[in-house]
Design a protein around this ligand. Sequence first.
Ligand code: DGL
Length: 268
Amino acid sequence: MKNISTTYPQIGYNLSQPVTVFDSGVGGITVLAQARKLLPGEDFRYFADIVNAPYGDKSTAQIQALMRENCRRLCALGCKALVLACNTATSAAAAMLRQEYALPILGLEPALKPAVLQHKRVLVMATRLTLREKKFAALLSQVAKDDQVIPLACPGLMEMVEEDFRSAKIYAYLRRLLDPYCGKADALVLGCTHYIFLRRWLEENYPCFAIYDGNFGVSQHLYKVLVQNNLLRQDKTPGKIIWDCSLPPGEERKRFLCKCRQDLAALE
Ligand code: DGL
């Protein structure tokens, strides 16, 4: 997690508002599940920009324009902290949004640091955009030795997770991607929140890799930011989730939000 300031001027948001967790699709639900374990009393809004997914194959300028619009819309609904539960949106737009909004904005980046400290060769699975952004290059040069990290772009994987993260198609994709590295790498960083749905399967099928993701780190950071800014909800009743997405009202939206609830239940 980047060492950013954790106190903010208290304008325009308050502790009765929800924490908003954003992703392009269902991936951020893995962050929501982790955050709810640390913050069971908080209300969360989960927002998926599924209409514009996948983000990983778009340009930086396209993601920045989408994130400006998403942020405007989510702040208008009331939001005391925004978690970009999407490595791709964080790489392309977190710095820009932090300049434009006086609101706690937390982001995700591939959990490279703990992996390179303990392992010789580290695979990083992420979207094409995350891997080609300056933010990733900067992280690599700060924490890793030459050739210690092998970036693996995973085009198409996000879409398969959206369909069904337990499909034979996904398992075949992962075997094609990872088998060549067995014995050649010893750690695997999941640098896209969608891939965290595959974590259990990867642990069972690839014991040769220690697996890392950034969800616990970002949830801990969220806890700290809420405490430091007096934004923790005081009510002792369990927090609720407001499910939301960029689809217009109708059957497709209902189906998608129903799948979101089921995917969360599969993680809890
Ligand atoms: N879940 C997102 C991430 O963490 C991106 C998936 C996509 O829209 O390509 O990078």
